[in-house]
Design a protein around this ligand. Structure first.
Ligand SMILES: [Zn+2]
Length: 676
């Protein structure tokens, strides 16, 4: 019987662009039916979910620490081991989205001699023409991705050139403008937050007057000045420093190359760029060691999502087991009295946000409708402004002509000095008014233009979002989110559940329920055991000790012990052995359903096998023969203490108390002959 490998990949969970894993699988099954009609075959399915086509398989990384594609890795390994007779791919772009991945992978497949086909290219890669076409398609897939990325980056750059401030929470001293006259979906600009701006300026004045940042911080704390998050945490010198050097507060915006330009909020600046320049110079001179913080963990939504209770931004945090959280910064700094707060695991929130944007980005009609509508609104407004400006300009020309005529009449002596002066003053005043009005209209047109840019950026980002999301760098991902998200609030819903209110610019708000942690049906009894609990018991029964189990699950021995405690409590037993006894049925029947068991099984098996070395078997044989301990130890070349330690370990592996029980167990496990 032939064994056909089938490879499918989606770069995101639940991809919505018509290439879902299910679709890919069905089409490939049809292809297999057509290709291998008449012969018996079975399918080996290699599925990759949530991984970009720019990632390599493990075979191509050579010790370099990078994210890999496990399914493709397995497929290549199986092909190499001769377990596959052919391989089918859904498309060239599923195999790779980057030349540096595509060509080595193709070469690897060619060298293995296992025939392979792509659904989107009806050619044999083993022929010259086929190889050429596949190569072109591979380059095309990579180019396509790069183009998408380029377009998003261009849009970002244009947005920055226009002086747009980033989305998310503005820095201390500034806030989002609350305005009603903004057209649907348009984002507001930054304005001074009167209260905070006063304190920021106070700090700047003190610093210019010669105070140190530490002294300013102490004084600010003493005066009870609220911190940026709206909380009452103490100011420290680094928080003051942040305020003083922040380019945004000097009306500037930052570019990726480190350069600074005037932002759209320039008029709202707290001090001039030159003043900031001076402070930066003084601060860097006073600073002994630069304390650049390295971002080790990435939180793309940090500063974007806000707390529904107090409005403070949520901060990304990592707990001691390495789990990532978003948590209300007020609560974090002040505890539950300051804000009851919200806190959630980062993954589900990030998934909900990106998934929602993905959906908005794929529902073409929604996207087009919203943007077309907004665009026509913007255009209408702009048309009106332009027409109005023309009227004003004409009026100004007419007034100017009247003034000229007046001068002529005065020269011709048709007007008295008094008459001339009165009329001239009136006309000049009118002219000045018109100039001012024209300037105001120009400002409004400018605003309309930049709103167009924002709309374009948002549209470019949304349009390319699905194609590039996984291929973007973390910083680019964050920028993409900031570009399209107007706000994201995590609010309390029913009980422990939360509601995520997400508004993408120019589109209506979305409400996504964020349920609290998965509730277990029962808190005691067998039903309360989680799949991982069962897996732990299963491993224990297989003879692994706590350290080995902890290693398998990438955790500490202490955590493993804590888990045993929980299991024993829920099953109301005193020992783990009793727990295993109670759960025996579930362990036997659900063995295959245990998550990750497959993943760790191989490692577990290895460790169990390792436990039954030749020496251990010899010890068992000696025990069966009832040899005295010192004699047995001598025959093995070890001391009696080591021997008893070894026996103790074997008993623990077998989960038994006495030597007799160990031997019985070993017979049953066929480690020693049953009739021995
Ligand atoms: Zn809060």
């Amino acid at each position: 019987m032939l064994r056909i490998g089938i490879y499918t990949r989606v770069s995101s969970t639940g991809q919505l662009d018509g290439h879902s894993l299910q679709t890919q699988l069905e089409r490939l099954k049809e292809l297999a039916d057509a290709q291998f009609a008449g012969s018996e075959y079975e399918l080996a399915i290699y599925e990759e979910e949530g991984l970009s086509g720019t990632l390599p398989p493990a075979q191509m990384t050579e010790g370099v620490q990078t994210k890999q594609r496990p399914a493709l890795t397995r497929l290549l390994a199986d092909a190499e081991a001769g377990q596959l007779d052919a391989v089918l791919f859904y498309s060239v772009s599923r195999l790779a989205r980057e030349e540096a991945v595509f060509f080595p992978a193709k070469k690897k497949l060619d060298n293995l001699g296992v025939p392979y086909r792509f659904l989107d290219a009806d050619v044999d890669p083993a022929t010259d023409e086929g190889a050429l076409l596949i190569g072109i398609l591979g380059i095309f897939a990579a180019t396509q991705l790069r183009q998408h990325k380029r377009r998003i980056k261009d849009a970002f750059a244009k947005r920055r050139e226009e002086g747009y401030t980033p989305g998310g929470q503005p820095p201390y001293g500034l806030m989002w403008q609350q305005r009603d006259d903004v057209p649907k979906g348009g984002r507001r600009g930054w304005v001074q937050d009167q209260h905070a701006a006063r304190w920021a300026k106070w700090m700047q004045e003190r610093y210019t007057a010669g105070w140190t940042t530490t002294k300013i911080a102490e004084e600010a704390t003493r005066l009870g000045v609220a911190r940026p998050s709206g909380s009452n945490a103490r100011w420290d010198s680094s928080a003051v420093r942040k305020v003083l050097v922040n380019p945004f507060l000097a009306g500037l915006i930052t570019h990726p190359d480190g350069s600074l330009t005037e932002g759209q909020h320039y008029e709202e600046r707290l001090w001039d760029p030159e003043e900031r320049e001076l402070m930066v110079k003084r601060l860097t001179r006073n600073r002994k060691v630069g304390s650049t913080t390295v971002k080790s963990t990435h939180f793309p939504l940090s500063g974007i999502v806000t707390c529904g209770h107090c409005g403070a931004r949520l901060h990304g945090r990592t707990n001691n087991t390495g789990k990532r959280f978003y948590m209300c910064s007020t609560q974090h700094q002040h505890g539950k009295e300051a804000c009851v707060g919200v806190s959630r695991l980062a993954d589900p929130i990030e998934k909900a946000v990106t998934q929602t944007i993905r959906e908005l980005a794929t529902m073409e009609h929604v996207r087009d409708l919203a943007t077309e509508e907004t665009l026509s609104l913007l255009n209408e407004e702009k048309g009106r402004l332009v027409a109005h400006r023309q009227d004003l300009a004409r009026e100004r020309t007419r007034t100017q002509e009247s003034i000229d005529r007046l001068t002529d009449m005065r020269i011709a002596g048709e007007l008295t000095v008094e008459q001339y002066r009165v009329q001239n003053d009136r006309l000049w005043q009118h002219c000045q008014d018109l100039v001012q009005q024209i300037e105001e209209v120009d400002r409004q047109v400018e605003e309309q233009n930049s709103r167009h840019v924002e709309l374009e950026t948002a549209r470019e980002t949304l349009q390319n979002f699905n194609a590039v999301w996984d291929a973007l760098d973390p910083d680019e991902q964050q920028e993409a989110l900031r570009t399209v998200i107007e706000y994201a609030k995590l609010e309390p819903a029913d009980g422990k559940d939360l509601l995520l209110r997400l508004k993408v610019v120019f589109l209506p708000e979305k409400q996504i329920p964020m349920p609290s942690y998965i509730k277990r049906k029962t808190t005691s009894g067998l039903g309360s055991l989680s799949p991982r609990d069962l897996a732990y018991l299963w491993h224990k029964r297989a003879g692994l000790d706590d350290r080995a189990i902890a290693r398998l699950w990438d955790t500490t021995k202490q955590n493993a012990i804590t888990r045993w405690r929980g299991i024993k409590k829920r099953l109301d037993v005193q020992t783990v052995e009793k727990a295993i006894e109670q759960a025996a049925d579930r362990l036997d029947t659900e063995k295959h359903a245990l998550p990750l068991l497959g993943r760790v099984n191989k490692r577990a098996d290895k460790q169990v096998k390792f436990a039954w070395t030749k020496k251990r078997r010899q010890i068992l044989a000696g025990l069966v023969a009832d040899m005295p301990a010192h004699e047995l130890a001598q025959s093995l070349g070890i001391c009696t203490k080591t021997l008893s330690e070894r026996i103790r370990r074997m008993k623990r592996h077998a989960g038994v108390k006495t030597v007799a029980e160990l031997l019985a167990w070993a017979r049953q496990a066929e480690i020693i002959d049953a009739d021995a």
